[in-house]
Structures are given as structure tokens and as C-alpha cells.
Design a binder for this molecule. Structure first.
Ligand SMILES: Nc1ncnc2c1ncn2[C@@H]1O[C@H](COP(=O)(O)OP(=O)(O)OP(=O)(O)O)[C@@H](O)[C@H]1O
Ligand SMILES: Cc1ncsc1CCO
Ligand SMILES: [Mg+2]
Length: 267
């Protein structure tokens, strides 16, 4: 983090001026991701049709693209939106869900990577596979430790000049230069579908607030999830009550709480 910039100050800045974020995400994630964005204080719009995705990206503060439930028509919308965001100088975030699973996904991600994402957010299996390694991922679920993905993340950051945010029991964020580990969260977060996809949208919200520093923006989003996840898990009886408690915990975060409970360690 730069001097004076903390997850807390970025959260306050985001809420003072809620960014419009175009989230091209999957059918599973749309509802939870929109609710996560509203709880955090951002303004989400799930707009993916190829007829309008590019036009909408130009008026958004940031764009996020997630290939979770990909189809040819959606892909056209994604490409058009990413091109338009880049042309308008707006950051965009890529979530390469299960990109290793089929050749359709592999080709889509290769094409999207050429369009300069500011941030790539994925789980350990996705990041390892993106760097050409052998991952043990099963469908959308990671089965690799984050520690094993750290080298892949550094390599990808330099190759694509992007911030790489790897999530799991601990998170790892690098721009190829700076790197941190973020502690917190809860294992219950893997029991509620699409929380990773929702996090990708939140990275977009912070990137809209701090477009000149996608590293700090990513750290702030991941820290908000780590602190809210840890707080929600304290009283949760299982995935169901964790889910609504997590939304409440995100909404209840403020600058003081997030900065006091953040555990961000330089790597
Ligand atoms: N075992 C764990 N302990 C603590 N936090 C966790 C754990 N596993 C995941 N998280 C947190 O859950 C959030 C989502 O990360 P995860 O790596 O599960 O994403 P994902 O695999 O892309 O999820 P999905 O595909 O379901 O959207 C992150 O904030 C991450 O830190
Ligand atoms: C379960 C699932 N299937 C495609 S996307 C998605 C949401 C978690 O990545
Ligand atoms: Mg995912």
C-alpha cells in the first residue's frame, strides 16, 4: 500500500462516490455478486449482450469479465466491452473461471488476455494453469494451495503487465514488483457458490475508485472479503446463515474496522 492509502481509505472513497461497474459475470453469480456490490457501496450493472456491452463499458467506471457460463454470444459482448473499456481508459478485471477445462474456454481466455486486463483474479488452480503449469483444479473448484500459485502469479504479472490476485485460505496479490499475502476469511466461503466471482466484481469497484493503482485496489477488495468473511463466520451455523451474515458484515464494514482487522503482510 502507498502511504495514506489503506483498504479503509479506499472503502470510504468508494462509498463517497459509488462507481458504476459493468459486471459481465455468470448466471450462477449474478445475484450474489450484485448484492455484494451493493453491500460494499458500489453500483453494479450486469450487462453482457453483444448489442450493448461495448457502449455500456464506455460509461462505466470499470468493467469485470467472468467466463463462468460462457457462450459464443457472451464472448462477443466480452470482447466488445473490454475493447471499449480500454479505449475509454477504464480498468477491466478478468476472472478466468475453469479456463483449463475445455478448449472453448482456453481460446476465450487467450483472446481476452490480449485485451490488457488491469487485474486477473482467480483461484490457485486457475492461476497455475494460466501460467502453463499443471493444475489439479476440478471444474470451477480449486484443488491447489495458493503457495504453489505464487510463482505463477509473479510470472503472469510480468508477462501481461497486470495485477494478479490469487485467492484461497490466504490470498496473494502481486504486480510483479510488489507482493502481499492477505490473511482472514473463512472456509465457509467455499461453501457458498460464486463468492469468488462476486469478489472479482468488487475488485472492479475498487479499481474504478483507484484506476491508477490496480494493486492497491485489489488488496482493498480482498481485504474487505477477508475481514467480512472472518466476522460473518463467528456466528454462522453453516453456509446458509454465513451467506446472509457475510452481506451484513460487508455492509457494516467501515474504515476503522477494516484497517484494524486487516492482516496484510508483505511477501
Ligand atoms: N479456506 C479458506 N479460508 C478462508 N478464506 C477463504 C478460504 N477459501 C476461500 N476463501 C476466500 O473466499 C473468497 C473467494 O475465493 P475462492 O478462492 O474460493 O474463489 P473461487 O474459487 O473463484 O470461487 P467461486 O468460483 O465459487 O466464485 C476469497 O475472499 C478467499 O480469500
Ligand atoms: C458453479 C459454477 N458453474 C459455472 S460458474 C459457477 C460459479 C462459481 O464459479
Ligand atoms: Mg472462481
Amino acid at each position: 500500500m502507498q502511504d495514506q492509502t489503506t483498504p479503509g481509505t479506499l472503502l470510504t472513497a468508494m462509498r463517497a462516490n459509488p462507481p458504476l461497474v459493468q459486471c459481465i459475470t455468470n448466471y450462477v453469480a449474478m445475484n450474489i455478486a450484485a448484492n455484494v456490490m451493493l453491500a460494499a457501496g458500489a453500483s453494479p450493472a450486469m450487462v453482457h449482450a453483444e448489442e450493448e456491452a461495448g457502449e455500456f463499458a464506455a460509461i462505466s467506471g470499470a468493467l469485470t469479465i467472468n467466463i463462468g457460463t460462457l457462450s459464443t454470444g457472451w464472448m462477443a459482448g466480452m470482447v466488445s466491452a473490454a475493447q471499449s473499456a480500454t479505449k475509454a481508459g477504464k480498468p477491466w478485471v478478468l476472472d478466468p473461471v475453469a479456463h483449463y477445462a475445455t478448449s472453448f474456454r482456453r481460446k476465450a481466455v487467450a483472446q481476452l488476455l490480449e485485451l490488457n486486463p488491469a487485474v486477473i483474479r482467480g483461484n490457485a488452480s486457475e492461476i497455475i494453469a494460466l501460467a502453463g503449469g499443471t493444475s489439479r483444479g476440478q471444474g470451477v473448484d480449486s484443488r491447489d494451495p495458493v503457495e504453489l500459485a505464487e510463482e505463477s502469479a509473479a510470472l503472469l504479472a510480468r508477462k501481461y503487465r497486470s495485477v494478479i490476485a490469487v485467492t484461497g485460505p490466504t490470498d496473494f496479490v502481486t504486480d510483479g514488483n510488489r507482493a502481499v499475502r492477505i490473511y482472514g476469511g473463512s472456509p465457509l466461503m467455499t461453501q457458498v457458490t460464486a463468492l469468488g466471482c462476486a469478489l472479482t466484481c468488487l475488485v472492479g469497484a475498487f479499481a474504478a475508485t483507484r484506476p491508477e493503482d490496480p494493486f492497491d485496489a485489489s488488496v482493498a477488495a480482498l481485504t474487505a472479503f477477508a475481514v467480512a468473511g472472518e466476522r460473518a463466520a463467528r456466528e454462522a451455523a453453516g453456509p446458509g446463515s454465513f451467506s446472509w451474515r457475510f452481506l451484513d458484515a460487508l455492509a457494516a464494514l467501515d474504515e476503522t474496522v477494516i484497517d484494524r482487522e486487516a492482516r496484510i503482510i508483505p511477501a
